[in-house]
Design a protein around this ligand. Structure first.
Ligand SMILES: Cc1ncc(COP(=O)(O)O)c(C=O)c1O
Length: 398
C-alpha cells in the first residue's frame, strides 16, 4: 500500500535518539543517556496502599469515564501546590493531562498553524521540537549562556518574526543544559512578551527538584495579563509511568484545552488520577521530594567531581542546582565519533545535535546523573574522560 500521510508525519523513519537509547540500554553499558528518574525512589508501597484504598473506597467511580478537565480532588491539591509556588490559581485554571508531553502537544494544536513561529531555547527539549515540527511550526532558536536564554537575542528574534505565537521555555534546570534563568531574566522575558504581544509556554518538570541555591519564582508569577501557559508533571516528583501532568492557564483558555483534549483522549486515566490524589492525601509528597533531592544532590556532586578529575581542562560544563542533567561542551570533538568510541568503552551519553532547532554548537552533549549508582557514575565518567582524550588524539592524527 502506498500510504498518503498527512503533513504532520515526518518523512523519514530515522530515530537517531531512539537508536542511541537502544545501544545505551545494553546492560554492560553505563548509560548517562536517558532522562530517567531513579527507580529505587519510586514510592511503590505508598502507591500500592493508595491504589488499594481507591479500589476499596471509590473503585467504581475511579473506573468510570470522567471529565476532560480532570479529577477535581487532584486539581484542588495541584492548585494548592501552585499557589504555594506563587502562581495564583484555582481548580478552574487547571487541566490534567497525560504528562507534559501532551501539554506541549495540546498547546501547539491550539495555537500553531503551519508557518507560525515558535521561539525556543537553543538547545532545548528535543521531543518539544518534534511536536512543533509536526504542526508545521517555523522554529527559531535563541542562544543561551550559563543563565539561560539571552534576552537581547530573544527580543531580536521576536522582532524578526512578527508571526511568533509563543516562546517555549524551560526556565529551571533546563533539559538538556541543567541551566536556570534568574529572576531578572524571567521578568525581562515577560516584558518582551507583553511588548510584542506573544505568549509564553513555561515547561517546568524539574523546578521542584532544587537541591542547591535559592528558589526562583516561576515565569508565570511575573505576568500581568495571563499570557503564560504553565505546565508541570508528576513524572519527576513521583513516577513517569503514571503519565499524569497538568496545565495552569487563564480560565477561558482552559476551556479550549478541554475541547481539544476531548478529541485526543477524552480524559487522562481516571484511575491513576484518583491514585495520585489519594497518595497525596495519605502522604507528604514534599517529604518524598526531599528524598529525591538528597539523592540527586549526591549524584550530581559525585559526577561533577569525576568530571573535574577525568575530563580535559578545556571542557566547559553547566553546574546545575537541581534537575537531572549536566551539559558538556568539549571544543573540537565530533560527538558522534565520541559516542562510537564511548560504546567501545561501555559508556553512553546523548550527543547535542538533536537538541538544536537550527545552528548546532559542535562538541556538546548531555549527561544524566539521576539514574546511575554512585560507583557507576565515577567509573562511567572515567571511561568517558578516556574516550574524549582518545577521540581528540585520533582527530589530531588524521
Ligand atoms: C522539558 C521536558 N518537558 C516535558 C517532558 C515530558 O514529561 P512527561 O513525562 O510529563 O510527559 C520532559 C521529559 O523528560 C521534559 O524534559
Amino acid at each position: 500500500m502506498n500510504y498518503q500521510f498527512s503533513n504532520n508525519v515526518p518523512a523519514s523513519d530515522e530515530d537517531p535518539v531512539g537508536n542511541i537509547l537502544k545501544v545505551a540500554g545494553d546492560p554492560k553499558v553505563i548509560s548517562f543517556a536517558g532522562g530517567l528518574p531513579a527507580p529505587e525512589l519510586f514510592p511503590v508501597e505508598a502507591l500500592k496502599q493508595a491504589t488499594n484504598d481507591v479500589f476499596d473506597e471509590s473503585g467504581r467511580q475511579a473506573l468510570q469515564y470522567s471529565i476532560a478537565a480532570g479529577d477535581p480532588k487532584l486539581r484542588e491539591q495541584i492548585a494548592q501546590r501552585m499557589n504555594r509556588s506563587g502562581i495564583k490559581c484555582d481548580i478552574d485554571n487547571i487541566i490534567i493531562t497525560t504528562g507534559s508531553q501532551q501539554s506541549i502537544d495540546l498547546t501547539a494544536k491550539i495555537f500553531v498553524n503551519p508557518g507560525d513561529t515558535v521561539i525556543v531555547e537553543q538547545p532545548t527539549y528535543l521531543c518539544a521540537l518534534d511536536v512543533f515540527r509536526s504542526y508545521g511550526a517555523h522554529i527559531v532558536g535563541v542562544p543561551m549562556d550559563d543563565d539561560g536564554m539571552q534576552m537581547d537575542a530573544l527580543e531580536q528574534a521576536v522582532q524578526a518574526n512578527p508571526n511568533t505565537k509563543f516562546i517555549y521555555t524551560i526556565p529551571s534546570f533546563q533539559n538538556p543544559t541543567g541551566r536556570t534563568m534568574p529572576a531578572d531574566r524571567r521578568q525581562k522575558m515577560i516584558e518582551i512578551a507583553e511588548k510584542y504581544n506573544v505568549m509564553i509556554l513555561e515547561d517546568d518538570p524539574y523546578g521542584a527538584i532544587r537541591f542547591a541555591g535559592d528558589d526562583v519564582a516561576p515565569v508565570k508569577t511575573f505576568e500581568h495579563d495571563e499570557r503564560v501557559i504553565y505546565m508541570s508533571t508528576f513524572s519527576k516528583i513521583l513516577a513517569p509511568g503514571l503519565r499524569i501532568g497538568w496545565i495552569v492557564a487563564e480560565k477561558t483558555l482552559v476551556k479550549k484545552f478541554i475541547l481539544m483534549k476531548q478529541t485526543v483522549d477524552v480524559h487522562s486515566d481516571n484511575l491513576t488520577q484518583h491514585i495520585i490524589a489519594k497518595y497525596m492525601a495519605e502522604n507528604d509528597i514534599d517529604a518524598h521530594i526531599a528524598k529525591i533531592k538528597a539523592v540527586y544532590r549526591k549524584r550530581e556532586g559525585i559526577m561533577m567531581a569525576a568530571i573535574e578529575k577525568y575530563f580535559p581542562k578545556d571542557a566547559h560544563y553547566s553546574h546545575p542546582e537541581g534537575g537531572l542533567f549536566i551539559w558538556v561542551e568539549v571544543p573540537g570533538v565530533d560527538t558522534q565519533t565520541l559516542f562510537n568510541t564511548c560504546i567501545e568503552h561501555d559508556v553512553a551519553f546523548v550527543p547535542g545535535e538533536p537538541f538544536y532547532a537550527d545552528q548546532v554548537i559542535p562538541g556538546t552533549f548531555r549527561l544524566n546523573y539521576s539514574n546511575m549508582q554512585e560507583d557507576q557514575i565515577v567509573t562511567g565518567i572515567e571511561r568517558l574522560g578516556n574516550a574524549i582524550k582518545e577521540t581528540i588524539a585520533q582527530s589530531v592524527e588524521v
